[in-house]
Design a protein around this ligand. Structure first.
Ligand SMILES: C[S@@+](CC[C@H](N)C(=O)[O-])C[C@H]1O[C@@H](n2cnc3c(N)ncnc32)[C@H](O)[C@@H]1O
Length: 272
């Protein structure tokens, strides 16, 4: 829905190819900007009953709780002027200094609009607390306008309206809560060694190992996105789990005039 560090917008179609038809509950354990669901066709699975968004980052969870009622959220923001420097700094102060996110009840439109305003006007949502205003000088379409437009675009609204629950749990809790033979977990954890991008939480080596161990023992099915690192094949051996890989241009390198550096995306699954 918005640019996000590690967002899977360009890989969503590839990942969705592996999601089985008969799932009843779909859970994105590390939801972020929810690109696999939002850009994919999971909402069309014939037996789908529940779509669960989860993230440890309560700012993002509040945003998706607002997006669950897209028309109302759009109406709430309709008069807001994009690309306004004063508003940008006012909202940045309001949400990161004046208010305490842990006390915000999920689905707070005012908080959600301010957060979306900041996140869509800083590079990939990076360093949102401190980032400076970028004046597009009318040369490019504002990403805030693109975000707001998605809330009334049927291509997106038909998916947003199917989100049944937005959870603000840590990965181990949400996996435990929704595990069943009919559940599908898509997991896109902070990448190995890039954990500190997500300033709200440290995701360390132990967490990576714990996640892989927990996933090895669930009743449901999962797919797990990573770039390859040595320990991964120790935790999820290639003869026991299905491994797929594909080369993608790295987001940071997908810029005009720069050589396109590629990275190999890995998808590990516990089913054929
Ligand atoms: C790579 S991003 C997910 C990007 C997402 N797939 C997308 O397309 O936008 C990883 C996400 O994991 C979240 N996260 C970090 N630690 C977590 C934890 N312990 N439990 C749940 N989510 C966590 C971060 O807040 C971040 O949004």
């Amino acid at each position: 829905m918005i640019s996000y560090i590690g967002g899977k917008s360009r890989m969503s179609k590839w990942i969705c190819e592996y999601i089985p038809e008969d799932i009843e509950t779909y859970v994105e354990v590390f939801g972020g900007a929810f690109w696999v669901y939002v850009n994919g066709d999971i909402h069309e699975k014939p037996k789908l009953k529940e779509v669960i968004y989860n993230d440890f980052n309560r700012y993002m969870v509040n945003l998706f709780e607002c997006c669950r009622t897209p028309e109302e959220f759009h109406k709430f923001m309709i008069d807001l002027k994009a690309q306004n420097e004063k508003l940008f700094y006012k909202f940045q102060k309001d949400i990161f200094k004046n208010k305490d996110i842990s006390k915000i009840e999920l689905g707070d439109f005012e908080f959600g609009q301010k957060y979306a305003y900041i996140m869509t006007q800083v590079f990939s949502g990076l360093n949102a607390e401190k980032a400076k205003f970028i004046d597009l000088k009318g040369k490019y379409k504002s990403k805030f306008d693109s975000f707001r437009g998605r809330l009334v675009n049927p291509k997106f609204t038909k998916k947003l309206l199917k989100i049944t629950q937005c959870e603000n749990l840590s990965y181990e809790e949400v996996i435990e809560k929704y595990d069943s033979p009919k559940t599908y977990f898509y997991c896109d954890p902070p990448y190995w060694k890039t954990e500190n991008y997500y300033s709200l939480h440290d995701f360390d080596v132990e967490d990576h190992k714990k996640l892989c161990t927990q996933l090895s023992n669930i009743k449901g099915r999962f797919s797990l996105s990573y770039y390859e690192f040595d320990l991964l094949s120790e935790w999820l051996p290639k003869d026991k789990f299905k491994w797929e890989s594909r080369e993608f241009v790295k987001a940071a390198a997908a810029q005009k005039g720069k050589e396109q550096s590629k990275g190999t995306e890995i998808l590990v699954m516990n089913y054929k």
